[in-house]
Design a binder for this molecule. Sequence first.
Ligand SMILES: [Zn+2]
Length: 215
Amino acid sequence: MQTEILSYREEKPNLEIKTVEKVAEARLPTEFGDFQIAGYRSLTSDEEFIALFKGEFDEKMPVPVRIHSQCLTGDVFHSLKCDCGKQLRWAMERIANEGHGIIVYQYQEGRGIGIINKIRAYALQDKGADTVEANLMLGFDVDLRKYDQCVEIIKDLGAKRVKVMSNNPQKIKAMIEGGLEIVERIPIEFKPSKDSVNYLKVKKLQMGHLLNLVG
Ligand SMILES: [Zn+2]
């Protein structure tokens, strides 16, 4: 019996195991035009994801895509401490203009530490710590995010060749490792505000983000 099981496994070495599933999809009219919204669930954890997309996708056509990590303060409250909200709206506008594209929205607030801990980190930043130091002082790694399931969602929607809207090399790496072909990187950068300039400097110098507008 043992041998039979082993040989069965060997016959299907390239079987790609699905770790997310789409559970619902609907139309979502927005300020930037009509989108489709889909809810995905992880099959390996209790994580949920949203895909906001427009158009249809195939293996040939390059598609603008963004993996956006939730930032409640930036996305909802228009915080000036970071540029997340602006990036999200910019990406939606770009997709609306191009007529097709995908945003995968992942709930990994504060680089994975959660909103309450992010506010704790902001309190430490008010006393002079930078964004990396604050995470470390709270006992977290600098960045806890993982993107492999986001990449799986992009593939599940049918896209293969992508134009990545991101400055984050970790997201780009995850897409390549996940089997997407990157045909272009679309920088998504704004002039820093006085409240975001130090944060963006740390992202550039300590986390390797591809930013040109900060020194
Ligand atoms: Zn943010």
